[in-house]
Write a protein that binds this ligand. Structure first.
Ligand SMILES: [Zn+2]
Ligand SMILES: [Zn+2]
Length: 372
């Protein structure tokens, strides 16, 4: 089978920027040096590009996990062009296909099953999806958005203005155009490209499958640090409508924090979250599957697996009761008419259920540690 034709423009852009970042930038750093203004503005521009992709292209437009004010959408549209990752419309269309057909080598545009190189950058170097390249049927909702369509139509112009205009403008302002082009123009772009590409490659290879094994996506805290929180990719693939990727308070997810801050400033609203019980049950189920796999070859496999299953069933029953009561309690909070006595008995019941659930969790953890 003949391979699709090479996309020379993409190859040249990736190769030339990479070589400049790997050779010319370090050479300039040694012979000339970069000052703090140049370094700080490069970091700011890197963050601007990264956040525009994660909070804008990804969580806002591809997955519709929240709604944002037009000013925020406009800023992300500009940042996305600066990041040079195709238009919102195209990026989101590709990404929705990636989620729907994840790991399917024939359809997923950056299928991780085709290996690290392909999912990282290889998929952009050849014309793999020529027939479907301009098919935007899966982003009809985005086609109704003025900012999205304006950016799509003017994408090339916007990439030129941002990628040349911003570095040259800052260079003129600061008095060193070449340093600015190298650091803010090229180095920022290369780092921005590859950190995003890691989500398609490394985040499907390296890390834990905390919630599901149905696809290759992994949770990885280290990767989250370099990708503005997108490293919790296993969670993201199972609960793609959640505006968060890292759900615990200590999970490094600046994209989630920015969206939350925007909601406090009335710049974002309708933030979508997965119900807690769904997350807890998915996690427990994965723990069950992992322990069962480990126990398969033990001498008393059948007996141990059935004990484990029994403890798991108990845990799930307790979870259901606990979360149902929690929901009732929250609903009652808004209901002024609820009697004090009725409420206090519900609170008491809730506390008991919480204690019981904690106990079940302890048993569950102990049993898994003992067996597997
Ligand atoms: Zn996604
Ligand atoms: Zn993915």
């Amino acid at each position: 089978m003949t391979k699709p034709r090479l996309l020379w423009i993409n190859i040249l852009v990736f190769l030339a920027t990479f070589l400049v970042a790997a050779v010319a930038v370090p050479y300039r750093a040694i012979t000339h040096g970069f000052d703090s203004f140049e370094i700080i503005t490069a970091i700011i521009c890197f963050c601007f590009c990264g956040i525009s992709i994660t909070a804008g292209y990804h969580r806002l437009w591809s997955h519709r996990t929240y709604k944002a004010h037009a000013s925020v959408r406009f800023i992300y549209a500009i940042g996305g062009a600066f990041a040079l990752q195709n238009s919102i419309l195209h990026w989101s269309s590709d990404h929705r296909v990636h989620h729907k057909h994840v790991d399917n080598n024939d359809v997923d545009p950056y299928s991780a099953k085709k290996g690290f190189w392909f999912s990282h950058i290889g998929w952009m170097l050849r014309d793999y999806h020529r027939e479907t390249y301009s098919n935007y049927d899966n982003v009809r909702d985005l086609q109704k958005e003025k900012i999205v369509m304006w950016q799509h139509k003017n994408y090339l112009l916007l990439t030129i203005i941002t990628n040349f205009g911003i570095p040259i403008g800052l260079g003129l302002l600061h008095g060193d155009v070449w340093s600015s082009i190298l650091l803010i123009g090229v180095m920022r772009l290369v780092l921005s490209h590859h950190t995003t590409f890691f989500i398609n490659s490394l985040a499907h290879i390296w890390g834990k499958q905390t919630y599901t094994k149905k696809n290759t996506a992994r949770d990885n805290g280290i990767l989250a640090f370099f990708t503005f929180g997108e490293g919790y990719h296993n969670f993201h693939h199972i609960f793609e409508n959640d505006y968060r990727n890292g759900i615990r308070w200590f999970h490094f997810d600046p994209t989630k924090w920015i969206i939350k801050v925007c909601s406090y400033l009335n710049l974002a609203h309708s933030l979508r979250k997965t119900p807690e019980d769904k997350i807890a049950k998915a996690k427990a189920h994965m723990q069950l599957v992992n322990s069962q796999t480990k126990l398969q070859h033990s001498i008393h496999a059948e007996e141990l697996i059935s004990k484990l299953q029994h403890e798991y069933d108990l845990l799930i029953d307790h979870m259901t009761l606990y979360y149902e009561t929690k929901k009732k309690l929250i609903a009652q909070k808004g209901n002024q008419l609820s009697e004090d006595v009725e409420r206090s008995s519900l609170v008491q019941h809730y506390k008991e259920l919480k204690e019981n659930l904690n106990l079940r969790y302890k048993n569950w953890d102990l049993l898994r540690a003992q067996y597997a």
